[in-house]
Ligand binder design. Structure first.
Ligand code: ADE
Length: 233
């Protein structure tokens, strides 16, 4: 038991693509389907713990909407699981990244004095819940993953260039890129909902990224289920 989930309340489990949530969905007992804000949510229990699950679709707008829907449906905390491209040296395909904070690498209102990557009013883009993130990182390491923790940079782009990856890493001190986490962070921060983001590295966000992603992505369903079960304890 992590301690984090040792509380009353419903843990929301969110992923962008069907493959990222399919195995978790199949493992939910007494599943019940809801539609909130146009988002399909499955509620039920996982190993006896109350959960809800949704597939947001790709990108920040989808992720924001689905996060809001899960909050509306009564989530008390939220864990995002999925894949990312590594942008820091040494992080390899199959490793896990748990976000400490998140930025939107495609947001730029620096002309008006704001820090790059940050929507005004949301401190540092979003700071993940420390207790939830610690529990998620130890769950990933318990199932055998090498776990890195650091800044995750989100944008509405699948990054396939070593130059772009290096620029994002340098500008934001980021270790991984993906397409939803900072939107989840922004909504959760505004709603006061504790959250954490875990990403399995599928590629290194370079010219091979689409091929590497395609080869890795079929492994993700089982990894996501394993880490969530370990997290729930
Ligand atoms: N998710 C997995 N790999 C990615 C990449 N290279 N860019 C953005 N999102 C990703």
């Amino acid at each position: 038991m992590t301690g984090v989930t040792d509380q009353t309340g419903v843990l929301a489990l969110l992923g962008a693509m069907d493959v990222e949530v399919a195995a978790i969905r199949a493992a939910i007992a007494q599943p019940r389907k809801l539609q909130v804000l146009g988002c399909d949510i499955t509620t039920g229990t996982l190993d006896g713990h109350p959960v809800m699950l949704a597939e947001s679709g790709i990108g920040k707008v989808n992720a924001a909407l689905t996060t809001a829907a899960m909050a509306q449906a009564g989530a008390s905390s939220l864990v995002f699981v999925g894949v990312a491209g590594a942008v820091a040296p040494g992080i390899k395909v199959g490793d896990a990244v748990v976000a400490t904070s998140l930025v939107q690498h495609d947001v730029d209102i620096t002309a008006f004095g704001h820090a790059p990557g940050v929507i005004s009013g949301v401190l540092a883009g979003g700071v993940a819940g420390a207790a939830l993130s610690d529990a998620l990182a130890s769950a990933a390491s318990s199932i055998g993953a090498t776990v890195y923790r650091g800044v995750v940079a989100s944008g509405d782009q699948f990054v396939t260039s070593a130059e772009r990856s290096a620029a994002i890493a340098a500008q934001f001190d980021a270790i991984a890129v993906e397409m939803e986490g900072a939107a989840v962070a922004q909504v959760c921060t505004r709603l006061g909902l504790p959250f954490a983001v875990l990403r399995w590295i599928s590629d290194t966000a370079d010219s091979q990224a689409d091929t590497d992603f395609g080869q890795f992505v079929h492994k993700i369903a089982d990894l996501d289920l394993a880490v969530v079960k370990q997290f729930l304890g």
